[in-house]
Design a protein around this ligand. Sequence first.
Ligand SMILES: [Fe+2]
Ligand SMILES: [Fe+2]
Length: 127
Amino acid sequence: MHDVPEIEQQHQKLIGMMNELNEAVKNKESRTDIYRIIDDVIAYTRLHFDIEEQLMAEAGYPEIEAHKDKHRQLIQEALHLKEKLDYVGGEMFTDWFTHWPFARVLAHIQYADNQIKDYIRQAGVKV
Ligand SMILES: [Fe+2]
Ligand SMILES: [Fe+2]
């Protein structure tokens, strides 16, 4: 497994932001603050997905469409979660968070993204 430094750095930043979000929920910070962090995570995730998709395109990665679909789905789920959170109370709020879609973003980083990193590296795309 070769690492693609730019993608790797962004993944680390994303993981950091998601940890911050988890902490905020655990510490029962205000919803305004939590929503602000969710918005930040979504914005950064979008940016990261765009860059990753660009690298995949440059590398001619054959599974690009399937991977882009996964990205779209993760963003939709994250946006949807925010809508749902508007309707749940205190305890449920924390509970719902254990099933949050951001955990699926982490899983995506660990599995799907690992498949593309080697390909991008081998294709010699400058990152
Ligand atoms: Fe990624
Ligand atoms: Fe990805």
